[in-house]
Design a protein around this ligand. Structure first.
Ligand code: NAP
Length: 244
């Protein structure tokens, strides 16, 4: 049975992906800060889920990931979903810092630990990370969020190159969703091309199985990202990208 560890499995996309992978027959290790949610998942799937409360911004996060991996009896795939995000046009400095700390610094901490596990044991494995379409351009209303996701995407590209140079059998998949209706979004706002959670979860699970390098969720967002890439900065800066 395939052993998968998901960080950020207490709600939204991570929880949905966890439940789908369990239905597909995987054994899971799940992590997030809210142990109550993880424990409830483990109780719904007796004998199939190990869990560990991990705050990825804390220095003990890697030791906790290691402990979870040992309890699971190893790891074939690491799925990093943990992340936070806000619209922050006032640029509240504390929020900007926390977003970068979680989505970029702590991201590097956890993903590098997973890479080390797969490489150093000569085991090989698959690292999957949920980044965002927002990482493809700097978005004014969510400056820290878009910049932190760009950092994560560049980090994954770098690891892919490192794996090739080292000839380590570590596969890297970067999944970039557009807006998905989860607790991360403002409940009262409508977001352009917003997706239902169940639809996004199915696409993320397909992307994990497909093992491709970069996957946009969904096709409409792949087109949007391609269009954004074509725009010169002089035009991009005049666009208004924010929820209604
Ligand atoms: N929703 C969207 O529109 C959208 C679009 C593109 C990309 N994404 C990305 O998808 C991922 C999941 O987001 P979501 O929409 O499913 O939101 P969500 O429901 O708020 O889920 C976020 C998950 O990350 C975990 N998390 C946050 N900070 C953490 C920390 N310091 N340590 C450990 N776990 C932490 C949360 O668990 P705890 O709170 O229990 O720690 C939760 O399980 C994020 O990386 C997000 O950027 C979302």
């Amino acid at each position: 049975m395939k052993k998968v560890i998901i960080t950020g499995a207490s709600s939204g996309i991570g929880l949905g992906v966890a439940e789908q992978l369990l239905r597909d027959g995987c054994t899971l290790g799940v992590a997030a800060r809210r142990g109550v949610e993880l424990q409830a998942l483990a109780e719904r799937w007796p004998g199939r889920v190990e869990w560990e409360a991990i705050d990825i911004t804390q220095p003990d996060a890697v030791a906790r990931l290691r402990a979870l991996t040992e309890r699971l009896g190893g790891m074939d795939t690491y799925v990093h979903v943990a992340g936070i995000g806000y619209d922050n046009p006032p640029l509240d400095p504390e929020r900007e810092y926390t977003v970068v700390d979680t989505n970029a610094a702590a991201f590097a901490r956890m993903v590098s630990a997973a890479y080390g596990y797969f490489r150093d044991g000569g085991r090989g494995g698959h690292i999957v990370a949920v980044t965002s379409v927002a990482g493809t351009k700097g978005i004014g209303t969510m400056a820290a969020y878009s910049a932190s996701k760009r950092c994560a995407q560049t980090y994954l590209t770098a690891l892919r190159q490192l794996a090739a140079v080292e000839r380590s059998e570590v596969r890297i998949t970067d999944i970039r969703p557009g807006w998905v209706r989860t607790p991360l979004l403002h409940a009262a706002r409508h977001y352009p091309l917003e997706m239902r959670l169940d639809k996004a979860v199915r696409a993320v699970v397909r992307a994990i199985a497909g093992r491709r390098r970069v996957v946009y969720v969904d096709r409409r967002w792949a087109c949007v990202a391609a269009l954004w890439r074509l725009l010169p900065d002089s035009l991009w800066t005049r666009l208004r990208i924010r929820p209604d």
